[in-house]
Design a protein around this ligand. Structure first.
Ligand SMILES: [Zn+2]
Length: 77
């Protein structure tokens, strides 16, 4: 497989996260996708696209199991 952006053949399967926002919360969902090691372009197969759609639905109806791992602090200057 060749990268459509930079034409590199250096495509690796890599663990990345997608970030979703709901109100003041940020949800990171980790997934494995193909990533161009040269330019960073991500390639999502059909199964992953369907999974992301499912995750969005689960976030909207509150059925996605989530674990709190940190806090976000907001500073005003
Ligand atoms: Zn590339």
């Amino acid at each position: 497989m060749k990268c459509l952006i930079c034409h590199s053949e250096d495509i690796e399967v890599s663990s990345v996260y997608e970030e979703f926002e709901r109100a003041d919360d940020v949800i990171r969902v980790f997934l494995t996708v193909s990533v161009c090691a040269n330019c960073g372009e991500r390639y999502y197969d059909r199964r992953t696209v369907r999974k992301l759609e499912q995750i969005r639905r689960q976030l909207d109806n509150g059925s996605l199991p989530l674990k709190e791992v940190g806090k976000v602090y907001v500073g005003r200057v």
